[in-house]
Each structure stands twice: as structure tokens, then as C-alpha cells.
Design a protein around this ligand. Sequence first.
Ligand SMILES: [Zn+2]
Length: 418
Amino acid sequence: MNKTVFLIIDGMADLPIKTLNNKTPLEYAYKPNLSSFLKHSVLAYPSVLGKLAPQSDSGVMADLGYDPIKYSTGRGWFECLGLGMEPRSGDLSLRVNFGRVDNGLLKEVRVYMSKPELHQLEAEINEKVKLEVPFEFKSGEGYRGGLILRSKNKPFSPFVSNNELGYTAKFYPHGKKLSFATDVKSKRVKKIKAERAEAAYTAGILNEFVEKSSDVIKRSSVYKDRKKEGLEVPNYLFLRDGAAADPELPDINDKYGRRWAAVVGMPLERGIAKAAGMSVIQGVHEEQDLNIDFSNKAEATTAALRKFDAVYLHIKQTDAVSHLGKYTEKYMILEKIDKIVIKRLSSALNQSNGDSLIITCDHATSSILRRHINSNIPVLISNDKFKASKEFSESSCRSNHINQIKKATDIMPFAMKL
Ligand SMILES: [Zn+2]
């Protein structure tokens, strides 16, 4: 069977930037290794969620062919699954950030800490916080974590607000939910609210957890040591996107009749891949040094192609630099992806024998606005069935798009027929 690589470059799409000659970082980047894939390709420019600016969870789901509004029960499910926890229906699985709140006002949404510090706080929270239900808290990378409240006598409700400002939960029929970035008008941190009467019990336990874990953090040696050293101290946990049901994604291997593997380093993307039934390749981590990160991922993808028919490869850093406003770094990272990843894929894939490469992103991230935007996403699908495309950029995809791909969820059904 021919092979497929589906490369999702997080937040790759952007807006034109004055100092880049009014080009986007993708347009501006020198990408010589992409030319062999452009020789036989089609372009598309689909919308992800219409007028709403997607978060990564909904963007990745849509790219992989799962309509987020039909399937998402809350990002927390994937975050916990990706951290190696076991979310279950009836329990509540949430994404957690270590942050800081002073006098009820938000000071810091993300307090970065080392692995040993995170492990220490994780152990203390699990040991010292007492609730009427069992729970598991697990730390992730930097400032992140996952929380699962295990239901005892009654199932938890997903109809609760987030206490992290700037992320508003939106509810859809059949218990589906997604959250979207919204403007922060007031810095006052609010308690978690029951959005429906049935969620009062759930909101109450979550607020109790926030209060008790905050006390544990403030009494910890991590807090005291960091304060002594003049480092930013965490004193609050932000909880969001609680999921109380399995999103029940149809198995991707059955859906398309191909065996899928995933080369992903972040918990969210790992969780989505697992939930879709992909084999997640072990030993893939996010590395600080991008040369190492990209080489490792390119090698892992090449190795996975020997055993699997299709590989989902995710690269995170383009989104991270966009949130920091570093558009120069963004185009340089895209050049590095071309130099290391695309080059490796051009020898790993047999382009004259039906193998395909798909390149797109989960959402556009504006490095001027420093946030996700609702722009359509550029898509390149390379296969020897197609004629040549000149260039891969937002504008070339907008003016040369194929009609079969109008929404991001159309990408997979189209590509899997090749
Ligand atoms: Zn993203």
C-alpha cells in the first residue's frame, strides 16, 4: 500500500507582516526542499470552525477528519489521556495550569517550573488535598497538568465554567463542548460556575479542590524556595475544559483502511492520536534544541513508515513563537522544518509510486496579534496523480484551492482516496 505522511505545523498560517515585505512567515520562508513535493500537488484553503478562532484541540480534530462540534466533550479528556492518565465517562477530566493570583487578581496564567519542582507539587497535592471523591493530579510540561475527579455516587457534569480567564466554554447539543479564546476585560479571577443547575455539585467540588490545592502549594517547600530565590511563585491552579464523557472518536484505522502511527510530543496531540486509535510512537519528546527536535521527529517518522501505512507528525514550535510575537523566528523555524524534516521525508517517501505528503496547520496564529485567529488554513497535498503547484503559502492556497476541500474535515476523506 502507498504511504502517507500528514504533517501538522501548529499555528503555521499567519497574516502578512510589513517588515517581511508584506508576506506571511510561510510565504517569506525559503523552502527549497518543498519543491519536489510541489511538482505533483494540489492546494486547498479550508475553514476550520467558520467565524470562531479554533484552539489546538478542535483544529487537530478537524484536520484528522473529526468534526469537533460533533465529537468534542472537552479538551481535558485528551490532555489527561496524553499524560498517561485514564479518563472515564462519568469522571471529570480537566486541563490544569499552575498560575498566580494576588488579592483575587490574575498575575500570571503560566508559572514555569522544573520537572523536580512539578513532581514535588504533584505528590503533595495528591497526598494532602482531601475531597469527598478520589482524584488524580498529574503534572505535565512547564506549567501544565491534568486532573481527574473520580465519580463515586453520581456522575460529574461537564456544564461548568473555566476559572482560567480568556478561555470560555461553549456548549453544543448532546453534551458536546469546546472552548474559545475570548478577550479578558477584568483580571478578577472568578470561582468555577455551574452553567446548568445539574452542575452545582461538580462546580462545588472543583472550587474546593482549587482552594485546598492553593493552600498546599503555598505551604510547600517549592513555594518557599522559589520565593527565597526571587523566582515567580505559583499559588493557584487554573482548571479548564472539563470532560465527563468519552468523545468516542471512530477508529481512524477502520475508517480509512490504513494503519496509523503518530509522532507527537505534546500531551494534547498525543491524547487525540490515542483517542483516534493511532499507535503513538514511544520516546518522542519536545526538545529545546530544534535541530535535535526536528531530526528526532523526522527519523521517528521514517522508521514508523516501515511498519505503518500512515503517520501523523506534529510540530509545535511555530505556534509558541507566534504567541510571543516572534515572526522572524517563525519563518526561520519554517526554513528549518524544510531543511531537516521535508528533506528527510523527500527520501523516505516514494513520490513516483503513489506516496502522499499532506502539510497543513490546526489554526492560524497571528504573530502580530499574538493569538489564534479564525483565518482559513493553507493545505498542500502532494501525490503523483497531480500536476505542479507553484508555491505553498496562504495566498497561493487561496487563489488555487480545489473545490473538494471547503472545510478542514474534508482534507482526510480526500487524501485517503489517493
Ligand atoms: Zn495549535
